[in-house]
Design a protein around this ligand. Sequence first.
Ligand SMILES: Nc1ncnc2c1ncn2[C@@H]1O[C@H](COP(=O)(O)OP(=O)(O)OP(=O)(O)O)[C@@H](O)[C@H]1O
Ligand SMILES: [Mg+2]
Length: 254
Amino acid sequence: MAKIIAIASQKGGVGKTTTAVNLAAAVARMKRRVLLVDIDPQGNATSGFGIDKNMLMSTIYRVLIEGRSVSDAIVSSEHRVDVLPANVELAGAEVELAGMERRETRLRDALTSVSNNYDYIFIDCPPSLGFLTLNALAAAHAVLIPIQCEFYALEGVAQLMNTISLVQESVNPSLIVQGVVMTMYDGRTRIATQVVDEVKNVFGAALYETLIPRNVRLSEAPSFGQPITSYDITSRGAESYIELAREVMKREEG
Ligand SMILES: Nc1ncnc2c1ncn2[C@@H]1O[C@H](COP(=O)(O)OP(=O)(O)OP(=O)(O)O)[C@@H](O)[C@H]1O
Ligand SMILES: [Mg+2]
């Protein structure tokens, strides 16, 4: 059975998708079978793997709302990672899910049919705590929280932790916070080191040692439809996500 890890934060632009895409690719390089589930209507993880959002036969929307088969929707990327893609049609799902039965566990139910085909399933969440993120948290056995190294870094984290607690108390008692990763770190600034200290005080050992640096190659790669390990394996960005992949796999596999 796959280890299912949701990459979540209701804060926008903190590096969820960058982490989902590049961690998935880095883990796949280490000979693990990886599926990336895009559950964000923006579809950035889908395009980040070079998949054309306008040319999809099926999408996660069809799976969640129409009950279509997951394996029909999965697309193989050229980067050793399979993708369950999303596009803008998923934007309607938030409202549609609200009126449906099993509205929080539809993704979990859907993934059971493919779970044996993968070692890891990563889920890239949208920047909200609505039903799409709830579906990810219900399906996952662990959450990975990216936190951007900036002044208001911890703002909103309490709300996220509260949502995780509610999910633990209801649909997913075994959900754990697998780890917290600092993104867009710039060691030359005092604020960055202060924020890391602050996050360490709150999360302790859950904070990964790997700090993801602010790296221009990481921001360029999506426009080429490539994870950083394909776009520029020699970049600091690639190095850091490979290091993070090692840490994540160590926590999962021992
Ligand atoms: N380590 C980094 N170095 C440089 N740029 C980065 C880094 N991480 C992310 N970015 C850039 O910051 C922006 C936001 O990142 P990303 O899309 O991964 O965040 P997100 O949390 O998924 O956003 P959203 O909440 O909209 O889904 C993107 O333009 C991305 O290229
Ligand atoms: Mg995103």
